[in-house]
Design a binder for this molecule. Structure first.
Ligand code: NAP
Length: 459
């Protein structure tokens, strides 16, 4: 090894350690920001190491790629709204996986005949996973953005067709592995993998999309790890494996939070049924005025805010913090209840509330806060719907039956802030809104919270 190789391996080691520390940092909201900085530093070290240690054919391509990627990345980070973050993430997975597939095709064109068996296996794996993740992620992004119909697309014999496509892809893979010169088989595998990615994601929709996204993230990571094997690049193997398995663990945790199995998500077609009877979703919704709601809050001992997707669309995180501070200055105990899948991405509520400087100590996870609802005077539901739907607990026929919920209906009084009769992400009616303890405060969440704060000041 010469000096340059030593330098490259040293930067890879530093990058790998930083990636591991970054993941550790991101496991807690208080250290998440530091974790992100570590991940950025790790990526920077890996790029510098690669550029210094690898034989660069032409700098023009490298610099053009860096400039173009930086412009697109900065544009996405600055202008894409928080509410569009899931589809933005899906696009990132598509880009990453496509890059892995392209590297694999490049390696096949140049080195296929002189590759060892293990490397060739890794190459096939890389191209297969890279291709199916590319189209799968593009479909997911299209669904989340509303360009493609968000509901599951299903037809008779779909699982059998998918199985046939999958087997055809695997047969091509095995043939290519044993016959390196079989160009047509290699390109057939690539084409089938692109089709399989589409077929894998179209039957999935609604609340299962985040799990699929997280699985695609995992596939993109594993494709990168395989690229690392093909190129003999250690940092790619480590980073790809971390990415692949953290995505898999996140998928499992999200399935647990929604009380679903991964196989059920992939083959179950959540949301295919459009109208499912809700157990007690009839009667009238009782409306409450700003002044009456403010009165309840001002004279309460314990208030719990329950944020959901509507808080994100209304960008009401600062308004809720201001109202909470006002109530606290009057001696009211205020807590925030965080459901693991509230919003549209894991940690969505934590990120928004952290942005508004809500102290982390005021945030309570579902298991911690649920026993406290019976002693809560007012639970204020801010643009949340599915995550407080009692049907998930009480109605075994419901599409979301078994999904753990925030049990706000056990509070003495519930005030729901929403704009109108809109349904949640699952499209289901919510019996909570018809319960005698519940009153509805209609309007945009940010405006309602600001009006409530003004009214509380005059109580
Ligand atoms: P939700 O079920 O989607 O309900 C959001 C509610 O907010 C709607 O009923 C809507 O009613 C109201 N709303 C929208 N804009 C508003 C505004 N500007 N002001 C006030 N209210 C507003 O939200 P959730 O309870 O947070 O549940 C999340 C759902 O998304 C779950 O089904 C989850 O599985 C799914 N999901 C989660 C993730 C994740 O990773 N967290 C990702 C994708 C999907 P109006 O229209 O009447 O205002």
């Amino acid at each position: 090894m010469n000096l340059t190789s030593y330098f490259m391996e040293a930067t890879y080691l530093v990058a790998s350690i930083l990636f591991i520390l970054a993941l550790k940092g991101m496991s807690h909201p208080e250290t998440a920001r530091r974790g992100m900085f570590m991940a950025e530093a790790g990526m920077f070290a890996a790029i510098v190491g690669t550029l210094v240690g690898t034989h660069i054919v032409t700098w023009v391509w490298i610099i053009s790629g860096l400039a173009l990627g930086s412009i697109i990345g900065a544009w996405m980070a600055i202008w894409v709204p928080m509410t569009a973050m899931p589809q933005r993430t899906a696009l990132s997975h598509a880009f990453g996986a496509f890059a892995a597939a392209l590297v694999g095709i490049g390696e096949f064109v140049v080195h296929a005949s002189d590759m060892g068996v293990i490397t060739r296996g890794a190459l096939g794996f890389e191209v297969m996973l890279g291709a199916l993740t590319t189209t799968g992620s593009l479909i997911a992004a299209g669904k989340l953005q509303g360009i493609i119909h968000g509901k599951p697309i299903q037809f008779r014999g779909q699982n059998i067709l998918n199985l046939a496509i999958f087997l055809a892809m695997v047969v091509c893979f095995v043939f290519f592995w044993t016959h390196p010169g079989a160009q047509s088989v290699f390109y057939s595998m690539l084409g089938i993998a692109f089709v399989f990615g589409i077929m894998l994601v179209i039957p999935i929709g609604s609340a299962d999309m985040p799990v699929v996204m997280s699985l695609l993230n995992s596939y993109a990571g594993l494709a990168s790890a395989a690229t690392g094997f093909v190129l003999g690049n250690n940092v790619l193997i480590i980073a790809g494996t971390l990415d692949g398995f953290s995505g898999l663990i996140l998928s499992i945790l999200m399935c647990k939070a929604m009380n679903r199995s991964i196989t059920n998500v992939l083959f179950g077609g959540f949301g295919a049924v459009t109208a499912v009877a809700s157990s007690n979703a009839d009667g009238v919704m009782r409306e409450i005025s700003i002044d009456d709601a403010a009165m309840q809050l001002a004279f309460a001992n314990r208030v719990v805010f329950v944020p959901g997707y509507g808080l994100a669309t209304a960008q009401a995180q600062h308004a809720v913090r201001e109202l909470a501070e006002l109530l606290e200055s009057r001696g009211v105990s205020v807590k925030y209840a965080i459901h693991p899948v509230a919003g549209r991405m894991p940690g969505h509520m934590n990120v928004l509330l952290a942005e508004a400087n809500v102290p982390y100590s005021s945030l309570y996870e579902m298991e911690q806060i649920n026993p406290e609802f019976p002693s809560t005077d007012v639970a204020v539901v801010i643009g949340a719907n599915d995550v407080v739907n009692p049907d998930a607990r009480d109605n075994p026929q419901s599409l979301i039956a078994g999904m753990p919920i925030l049990e706000v209906d056990h509070a003495k009084s519930v005030i729901v802030l929403k704009r109108g009769q809109g349904r949640g992400f699952s499209g289901l009616e919510n019996p909570l809104f018809f319960k005698p303890c519940t009153s509805m405060l209609y309007g945009d969440a940010k405006a309602s919270l600001s009006h409530l704060a003004q009214a509380v000041q005059h109580v």
